[in-house]
Design a binder for this molecule. Structure first.
Ligand code: PEP
Length: 256
């Protein structure tokens, strides 16, 4: 992390976990452990939990995000949620292009780009996920894959909007598997992403963009990962569902 250059952001991705009443309970446990944090703290929660989550965190430093959004303002898209719907209830962030959306729900770089543009236009801050599959890493094409995702996911997005966007580097082989990228592996790819952003925009823009690492980050490995210059925070799945563990990661970001 380099807090003199950009915001440190610790975000939980709850995935398909927690009913509204369970969400309230977990947030009530997270609020005290997040208090006074020297980093941004976000909980990205299932759609049906959003209203109660926003109500629960009112007046605290915990922010709420959604886990996806559609690109159209409204229309015949059964089962989808628009940016306007999220914005109206007070959502601030939205996770886009998560590997589980890409793997199981046909998300492509083109749709990630459309969703990212729609989110920015509505005033939501996107957390855009990129990352290589294990097979791609083994074939030595990690940089190629990441460069393509960054180029396409941020296609036609201005430098000003790119600065409002968080990039989450999430190697797919490390998500929910207990296999964490080493701090050096995370740093290598996060630095590569920043170099790619500098090519696509300019050095000043690249230096301003928060790049998180995600993939089995937990209370035991967070400090080392966050000690790296280009790792500006974490997107955390499993460990974000346990207030004590999430709090320890927030602590590591605060001290880092
Ligand atoms: C994620 O869902 O974005 C994630 C990184 O999950 P986990 O921390 O469980 O690997």
């Amino acid at each position: 992390m380099n807090k003199t250059k950009r915001a440190a952001v610790i975000a939980g991705n709850w995935k398909m976990n927690k009913t509204p009443s369970e969400a309230k309970t977990l947030l009530e446990q997270i609020i005290p452990v997040a208090k006074g944090a020297d980093c941004e703290v976000i909980a990205c929660v299932p759609y049906v939990d959003l209203a109660v989550a926003i109500e629960t965190v009112k007046g605290t430093n915990v922010k709420i995000g959604a886990e996806n959004c559609h690109w159209a303002e409204s229309g015949a898209f059964t089962g989808e949620i628009s940016t306007g719907m999220l914005k109206e209830i007070g959502v601030e962030y939205v996770v886009l292009g998560h590997s589980e959306r890409r793997q199981y729900f046909g998300e492509t770089d083109e749709t990630v780009n459309k969703r990212t543009k729609a989110a920015l236009a509505a005033g939501l801050k996107p957390i855009v996920c990129v990352g290589e599959l294990l097979w791609e890493r083994e074939c030595n094409i990690t940089e190629e894959v990441i460069a393509r995702q960054i180029k396409l996911d941020l296609y036609d997005i201005s430098a000003e909007d790119a600065k409002k966007t968080i990039i989450a580097y999430e190697p797919v082989w490390a998500i929910g598997t207990g296999k964490t990228a080493t701090a050096d592996q995370a740093e290598e790819v996060c630095a590569f992403i920043r170099a790619q952003l500098a090519k696509q925009y300019d050095e000043q823009t690249a230096q301003a963009i928060t790049i998180q690492y995600g993939g089995s980050m937990n209370d035991a490995n967070a400090a080392e990962l966050l000690s790296k210059e280009n790792v500006d925070g974490g997107l955390i799945g499993g460990a974000s569902l346990v207030a004590e563990k999430f709090g320890a990661i927030i602590d590591a970001a605060t001290k880092g």
